[in-house]
Design a binder for this molecule. Structure first.
Ligand code: IFG
Length: 489
């Protein structure tokens, strides 16, 4: 037993049976005997609702079987409180599969595990085992910057498909910035028609109609991903000012901007019009967003006087709350007095700025960890990476995996951290292929950081499991970076 304990990374750790290479690593995996042959699968659901029936149909599709009564694959709602809303119990024997969870979300996550227990190619069979699994953090997200470069609906839905495979449950859409405004607002139509008409490098840009945005939100929800919209304020607003010069303090018209500088634009804090504008935008976007959060940005407001920044952030928090949403902001909003249930997003390298996450936590806010040196997917992998930036340093596949969210910012500990999120800023990514190259495989490791227990996680063990994802990503046509750090299968 001692030898086994040593081999499996610590006394009492359960052996991960050979061949179980799931990412995120489940909380407990116990090997069984034999294999379940998927060819004879009939999937039944004990607590039939439209939602659980849809999941049953997904499982039938996955196993190449059919849905029917009295089957050998049983889905059921129920289970111990320990599973929470997102966890599941999975049992596979040579004769049957049972998957139980307290909520459909948990069943969905169990299905993602089943997907990975089936080989990418070859015999449709699953090793007998039992798994009890549930996430360490509630917030496990990715951010797509659709403002610097615009990505059409089909690209966003493809990105959602991929993040859902790894049990991520939040998609933060960075919908506005200096270079583009990407969501139609009926009461301020030029925001999209003018503000969305170009992008970094001068391309044709684009924007989502409200119907298209609603379809992205609905699609994400069908994969148990909640969309978080961001309208970045008071900085990062040049596209809005170019669309409506009266929003600028000097009221002067300005051409659209297609470069990649930051920190040069600001809404006019002194004008009442500014708050009417914010109220109209938040009202329309909040009505299209069933999720409880609205991200107000708040980063890099170098063109806003500090005193004005505090006043502005104070006022727009109330506007967001009046429209029934909880505020999220980049950690700079920690300078202001924060309302209840606020989330702040840590990203900076500079300790003077990361201290703002601590100040926010001291006010009761919870922190989404997006440390730039670990999670910024637009950072180059290494000097050979043509895409991406490097202001936060090179970020290898290993760098994106070997970190703990509760040990990043002094004074921001386990009780303050709600989870993790990996931003992909699109200054240098012009296509979905570019996005996939920078996001994969680093986003897979960040998904494990957000889901799996800290104890027992190690790069030496993880990189072998990641290697097995290679054929799966290839089969899905994902343009992932075959990092030399990983012994790809
Ligand atoms: N910082 C800016 C982003 C983007 C990024 C690129 C934040 C919160 C650098 N703000 O990250 O708009 O330009 O890596």
């Amino acid at each position: 037993m001692l030898l086994l304990a040593v081999l499996t990374g610590g006394a009492g750790a359960r052996a991960t049976p050979q061949g179980v290479q799931v990412i995120p690593k489940p909380v407990t995996v116990t090997a069984g005997r034999g294999w379940f042959s998927a060819s004879s699968a009939v999937v039944s659901v004990a607590s039939a609702t439209p939602e659980t029936r849809r999941i049953a149909a997904d499982v039938a599709g996955l196993l190449g079987g059919r849905v029917g009564p009295g089957g050998n694959v049983m889905l059921a709602l129920g289970g111990p409180a320990r599973l929470g809303d997102e966890g599941y119990d999975l049992a596979v024997t040579s004769r049957a599969i049972t998957l139980a969870a307290r909520k459909p979300t948990g069943l969905f996550h169990g299905v993602q595990t089943l997907r990975q227990l089936l080989p990418a190619t070859g015999a449709r069979r699953i090793p007998a085992l039992t798994i009890r699994d549930y996430p360490r953090f509630a917030w496990r997200g990715a951010m797509l910057d659709v403002a610097r470069h615009f990505f059409p609906v089909r690209d966003v839905k493809r990105f959602i498909d991929l993040i859902a495979l790894y049990k991520l449950n939040r998609l933060h859409l960075h919908l506005s910035d200096d270079q583009g405004w990407r969501i139609a607002i009926r009461s301020w139509p030029r925001l999209a028609t003018h503000g969305g008409s170009t992008e970094v490098g001068g391309g044709r840009g684009g924007y989502y109609t409200q119907r298209q945005y609603a379809s992205i939100v609905a699609y994400a929800r069908s994969l148990y991903v909640e969309v978080v919209p961001e309208i970045d304020m008071p900085g990062h607003v040049h596209a809005a000012l170019s669309s409506y010069p009266k929003l600028a303090c000097d009221g002067k018209p300005s051409p659209l901007y297609t470069g990649i500088d930051v920190g040069f634009s600001s809404l006019c804090v002194d004008k009442q019009l500014t708050y009417a504008f914010v109220d109209d935008v938040v009202e329309e976007l909040a009505a299209l967003t069933p999720g409880p959060w609205f991200h107000i940005g708040g980063d890099e407001a170098a063109a806003t006087k500090p005193r004005d920044y505090l006043r502005f952030i104070g006022r727009i928090q109330r506007i967001v709350e009046q429209h029934g949403k909880h505020v999220i902001g980049w950690e700079e909003i920690g300078r202001a007095r924060l309302g209840p249930d606020t989330l702040v997003q840590h990203w900076n390298l500079d300790p003077a700025k990361t201290a703002l996450s601590r100040r926010a936590a001291e006010q009761g806010a919870r922190v989404i960890m997006s440390p730039a040196a670990k999670t910024y997917l637009d950072m180059k992998y290494d000097s050979s990476t043509t895409l991406g930036l490097r202001w936060a340093g090179y970020t290898s596949v290993r760098d994106a995996y070997v970190w703990d969210p509760v040990r990043q910012v002094p004074g921001v500990g386990a009780r303050d951290v709600i989870g993790v999120e990996a931003p992909l800023w699109s200054e240098t990514t012009r296509s979905l292929a570019d996005v996939e190259y920078l996001a994969f495989p680093r986003l897979i490791g960040i998904a494990e950081v957000g889901w799996s227990p800290a104890r027992g996680r190690s790069w030496a063990e993880y990189r072998l499991r990641l290697a097995v994802q290679g054929p799966r990503l290839a089969a899905l046509g994902v343009n992932f970076y075959r990092s030399p750090e990983v012994p790809w299968r």
